[in-house]
Design a protein around this ligand. Sequence first.
Ligand SMILES: *Cc1c(COP(=O)(O)O)cnc(C)c1O
Length: 378
Amino acid sequence: MNPIRMVDLVTQYEKIKPEIDTAIAGVINSATFIKGTEIQDFERDLAAYLQVKHVIACANGTDALQIAMMALGLQPGDEVITACFTYVATAEAIALLKLKPVLVDVDPYTFNLDIEEVRKAITSKTKAIVPVHLFGQCADMESLLKLAEEHHLFVIEDCAQTLGAEYTFSDGRKAKAGAMGTIGATSFFPSKNLGCFGDGGALMTNHDLLATKIRSIANHGQSKQYVHDEVGVNSRLDTIQAAILNVKLKSLDGYGISRNRAAKYYDVAFSNHQNIRIPARSSFSTHVFHQYTIQLIDTHREELKAYLESEGIPSMIYYPIPLHQQKAYCQEGSYPVTKALCHCVLSLPMHTELEEEQLNYITNKILGFFENKINSNK
Ligand SMILES: *Cc1c(COP(=O)(O)O)cnc(C)c1O
């Protein structure tokens, strides 16, 4: 059996090596490292895939979030509502612009924004909501978009973990993660579902004027060469990364299928287990399983984690400390669900290359751990 990794980018690369190597060599041979034609190709193809009008590539997902909020003209002191249970980048981009991150609790089953909590957090200063589609599944966008419309709020989708997931509205209309809000922001960090070989990110929007503004802000606030109408940033996707992404985009749906196959294997092994709650699937969104995250019930997580480690099975805790308890993002208020999740979640190996033999080994070791516990308590 091959060694088990949290994410296996080596095997994934080996399967598309000739195509990737040719793409990289093409950029090197033309020396168009910045602003090469591969970038436009990628923006066009990703837009077609997401069925969104504009995709603007940038340097990373955190930049994408920041540029989105700059393009919307948010001003210091404006409140932006986001999830308490997320990766720090979401709140960081808000705080960096001197906006006020207002953290709200999440749903204990899907890990995504609790819409009622969002509703309660809206004040006269609220300008935007940033739903994070966590672990590979869309937040309840229909309710969220409705709420945002009622209160005239922007919606910035953080789809860094969910590129490729599809949402179905109650009227049957379908849309991809990132294509539903005012702006979508994503990351191509190597371990994301669509990852490049370094850092990368993108924004998407259906609004022409916003797209122009985003493009300008990402390029030093430049409207024409050497004409700077506003303060921008320098946030570019390298041509080599775009060339790699052009190859990998063709596999994104296939990668989703592989991840779902692994998730299904875990689901079957762990469903109805008294100590394990498997990740819930919403009725309105497909799941692309950026992470397969279980919740442990009446279990010493550290003990299980250490045991798995000793058996050659990596696992990770996403996320161990709630954002509201981080020094930089300290907030009053109680977040019972987030707090509970931070104590009981465990993410298992999840990637596109997991083999049945590995899944069998992982699930047997986990189930065995609990059986031994029961026996030793008898
Ligand atoms: C990875 C990630 C980001 C940031 O992406 P980078 O490319 O690392 O800057 C933002 N939000 C979420 C939810 C993420 O998982």
